[in-house]
Design a binder for this molecule. Structure first.
Ligand code: PFF
Length: 457
């Protein structure tokens, strides 16, 4: 395998990588998707299964992707091409590229809502929203307005295109070094506020006391999809990011740190939403609007609430942006490296096409009934895309990546890439076992079960 000819740039060091990869991993998945998915799937039991999947499937697959990336220093399609002669494996990279496109198309709609909330918190639109009913009305007004929903998604895609077209500059790495810790601090303050609200205890038990009678295949599948989605796995984003990590850096440590921070932020989001929700008498199965409906009421119930609202939505938008950048980057790097497109052309073309696919998702939350729940599909179009790309496609991708590393490329080669700096992967034998047997088999069984029982479609 020859080294890539162009100077692709590298992270400045381990911290730069951890923050950039954590920037991809930490996003709406943690703060928007995790709480409402937990809420729809019974709370504690879901959270427990989610944590199990992060440890047994998420971390092993994350390390597998990073190993492929660092060894090949390529985009997902190019990486598989570099490691095999076969025509099949690069198609797995291709599936990842397609999945990145599919996720970006609905993700940007929700990211657009964060811009809408940022705008409202800056212009006083959230003032006086002190109870759940009023807050739900504000959310409904925003997402059912066809013009707003489309413009906001378009604005978010535009921001993403502008960053990606210029290449991932030192600016992003430098910005995440400040913004990620800031997001953490603001969230910590909100956790303390939410957990000291009267009646918060019920929310904490909801999140941590598993009710095993709630476990169904849907719950298990959702927990798996959420673990993969949250860690940006199954579509090659971490192959791409791992490709920029210098050989001297301790990759096992960096990978595990990313998984740790990602999980921490998701749990913190749960510790904000559920205590606040139970304190104000809301419904945990509120769906995709959950976070947007719950938070304004707690902002309004705390000192300097508007300041925190502005800061929170700004940081949430930035957290979402560091994730959309990685989504678009996977697709753009494929067209640049493998098809010889100019980066500029690739970013605008793909971003523009993505906007077209984002429009039906933007209109599916009440603006156009046919695109809503029970219209053309049994789910609304945004949820449909969320499940197809964000659950099934990532799961399929994770199976194939595990099979590739475990059976085709081989554990010894992958380990050599992971341990290139000389730092050992603790429990390397266990990792090999998980990648060869546990990850592919467990994910496959679940996928087959879901298709066979028609639980989802
Ligand atoms: N991990 C991101 C989040 O939790 O918001 C979403 C995501 C980004 C998924 C990049 C997949 C990906 F490749």
């Amino acid at each position: 395998m020859s080294a890539p000819s162009v100077d692709r740039g590298q992270w400045s060091g381990k911290l730069g990588f951890i923050l950039a990869a954590a920037g991809s991993a930490i996003g709406l998945g943690n703060i928007w998707r995790f709480p409402y998915t937990a809420g729809e799937n019974g709370g504690g039991a879901f959270v427990l299964i989610y944590l199990g999947f992060v440890a047994l499937i998420g971390v092993p697959v994350l390390l597998a992707e990073l190993a492929i990336g660092r060894k090949t220093q390529r985009n997902p399609v190019g990486a598989f091409k570099a490691l095999t002669e076969s025509k099949f494996w690069p198609m797995v990279g291709g599936l990842g590229v397609l999945t990145g496109f599919g996720i970006l198309a609905f993700y940007s709609v929700v990211a657009g809502w964060t811009l809408g909330y940022l705008y409202m918190s800056l212009t006083g639109g959230l003032a006086g929203v002190t109870e759940a009913g009023a807050s739900a009305a504000v959310f409904t007004n925003l997402v059912t307005d066809p013009v707003w929903a489309i413009v906001l998604a378009g604005a978010f895609l535009l921001l993403t295109i502008l960053v990606v077209r210029g290449g991932i500059s030192g600016g992003i790495e430098r910005a995440t070094k400040i913004l990620m810790p800031l997001l953490f601090v603001i969230m910590l303050i909100l956790v303390i506020r939410a957990m000291t609200l009267p009646g918060a205890g019920a929310g904490i038990s909801y999140l941590f006391k598993p009710d095993f009678s709630k476990i169904t295949t849907t719950v298990v599948m959702s927990a798996l999809g959420q673990a993969l989605f949250s860690l940006s796995l199954g579509m090659g984003a971490m192959i791409t990011y791992g490709s920029y990590l210098p050989e001297k850096e301790n990759m096992p440590f960096a990978g595990v740190s990313v998984a740790f921070f990602d999980t921490l932020i998701a749990i913190m989001a749960g510790l904000i939403i559920f205590p606040a929700l139970f304190a104000t008498g809301g419904d945990p199965s509120g769906g995709p609007g959950l976070v947007f409906v719950v938070l304004p009421t707690i902002f309004n119930a705390m000192p300097a609430g508007n300041f925190f609202a502005v800061a929170f939505y700004a940081l949430l938008a930035i957290a979402a942006l560091t994730s959309t950048i990685s989504l678009l980057e996977v697709v753009v790097s494929y067209f640049v490296d493998e098809r010889g497109w100019r980066r500029d052309k690739a970013a605008w073309t793909i971003g523009g096409l993505c906007f077209l696919l984002a429009v039906p998702s933007a209109l599916s939350q009440g603006a156009v009934a046919e695109l809503g729940t029970g219209g053309l599909f049994s789910w609304d179009f945004l949820t449909l895309n969320n499940n197809i790309w964000g659950n099934y496609s990532l799961s399929l991708g994770a199976i194939l990546i595990s099979v590739f590393v475990g059976w085709k490329w081989g554990i010894p080669s992958a380990l050599a890439s992971l341990e290139a700096s000389g730092d050992r992967l603790p429990a390397a034998g266990l990792w090999g076992f998980l990648i060869r047997y546990v990850c592919p088999v467990v994910i496959l069984i679940l996928l087959i079960f879901i298709v066979a029982t028609g639980t989802y479609f």
